[in-house]
Design a protein around this ligand. Structure first.
Ligand code: AMP
Length: 411
């Protein structure tokens, strides 16, 4: 099936071609026709499935050409996602005269006010800043025809639902609404009943199994050796670019300092960083200036960071879904990748929850020639004990195996 079969406008098809997309992804195959028909759509799909194009292409195609009032509003939970979706929509619409503005907090109002004052067709926004601008009468929603609530479960987690409701109330009742969410908790179900009309659900299965292209393993280690093991892994692994996930902002800062002291080019992404710092971190990581990105879950959620060769969970994620999200950064779009999780004794419960969630045992491994201090976790590896076998990894990394020789950077 090709994109040409959907009946998208020529300008948008040219945009798709320029993006280099050849075939629609499963969510695009199912959502694009529904949105073109004018149906409300619930997409239970996560980032990485192509959902931005799934709603962006049909809606931009329907918008046609420029008019001075916003007709599409996309709500996003974080500034990074808002910026990323704005860029994607701009790319899709590059052969149209549609105008797109992005508004989010943490930066000055001036440029966003100016962009809106010039008259835009599309507004991509985080809820708080949009409400501010609406109160200042800089942004009006009375011509909205298409409303997209993206990453709705994240907006719920971050406490944005009351703001979202206030915004939805300001949109005309006659409109099309799409909602994307990896999970549909009861609060989102209520929102759906309230905000949507006879919606069709397109389920691309909240992914519970890691992509087959990702090799993932656990490194049991004593608490006092976590940083040493991290440094040793970075020294020995043949990586291009790595994301190191930490549980807390403070932890992320600490790990980043440690890595910097050890001569790694490091960027940090967490919600205490200023907007400028976050953008700079992302840009630098994408263009290869930084080889390691240290991030917390909230900051990294949903970001489209391509070409990550390795993910290291310095801390075990507390929510099993986050494990899938984190390791999904590598092995995307069929490139193979590796994901390592450092596990200390108190992580046992969380690791169990993850393994139950993905219905898979994650292999425990030991790094060859690393001067391990004893931890009771190693007992689990003994034959007949729970926790499976602890394996040593040696040898060359050939197609999904591991290379633990000296670092060989490709860049
Ligand atoms: P998303 O889930 O919207 O964040 O998209 C994830 C990544 O997949 C982005 O880099 C998109 O540009 C890319 N992508 C989306 N749709 C396609 C497609 N049909 N073919 C190839 N890449 C795509």
């Amino acid at each position: 099936m090709a994109f040409t079969k959907f009946g998208l406008s020529h300008a948008i098809l040219n945009g798709v071609r320029a993006m280099g997309y050849v075939e629609p992804t499963p969510i695009q195959l199912r959502a694009i026709p529904l949105i073109l028909e004018g149906r409300d759509v619930i997409g239970s799909a996560q980032t990485g499935t192509g959902k931005t194009a799934a709603f962006g292409l049909p809606i931009l195609s329907k918008l046609g050409s420029h008019q001075p009032q916003p007709r599409l509003l996309v709500l996003e939970p974080t500034r990074e996602l808002a910026a990323q979706v704005e860029t994607a929509l701009r790319d899709f619409a590059r052969f149209t005269d549609l105008r797109i503005a992005v508004v989010f907090g943490g930066v000055g109002y001036g440029r966003q006010r100016e962009a809106l004052a010039q008259g835009v067709d599309v507004v991509v926004a985080t809820p708080g800043r949009l409400l501010d601008l609406m109160q200042q009468n800089v942004c009006r929603l009375d011509h909205i025809q298409y409303l997209v609530l993206d990453e709705a479960d994240r907006m719920l987690d971050m406490g944005f639902l009351p703001d979202v409701r206030r915004i939805v109330q300001k949109c005309p009742r006659e409109r099309h609404t799409s909602l994307f969410s990896a999970t549909i908790p009861p609060e989102i179900e209520t929102l759906i009943r309230w905000a949507m009309k006879d919606p069709q659900t397109v389920e691309i299965g909240a992914r519970r199994t890691p992509a087959e292209t990702v090799k993932h393993v656990i490194y049991p280690v004593s608490d006092s050796q976590k940083t040493d093991l991290l440094l040793e892994l970075l020294k020995r692994v043949n990586y291009d670019s790595v994301i190191v996930f930490c549980r807390t902002k403070h932890g992320a800062d600490r790990v980043a300092h440690l890595l910097k002291r050890n001569n790694h080019a490091v960027a940090v992404l967490h919600s205490n960083r200023t907007q400028r710092e976050r953008e700079q971190a992302l840009r630098g990581f994408r263009d290869g200036r930084y080889e390691v990105l240290v991030a917390t879950d909230i900051a990294a959620r949903g970001l489209d960071i391509a070409d990550v060769s390795h993910v290291i969970n310095y801390d075990v994620p507390q929510h099993p879904e986050d494990y899938i999200h984190r390791i999904g950064r590598t092995g995307r779009m069929e490139a193979s990748g590796d994901a390592f999780t450092l596990m200390v004794a108190e992580d046992a419960r969380h690791v169990q929850a993850i393994e139950r969630f993905i219905n898979q045992k994650i292999p425990r491994v030991k790094l060859e020639n690393f001067d391990y201090r004893y931890t009771a976790l190693f007992e689990q590896g003994k034959p007949g004990q729970p926790g499976g076998e602890v394996r040593r990894i040696t040898g060359a990394r050939i197609r999904g195996g591991y290379y633990f020789g000296p670092a060989r950077r490709k860049r």
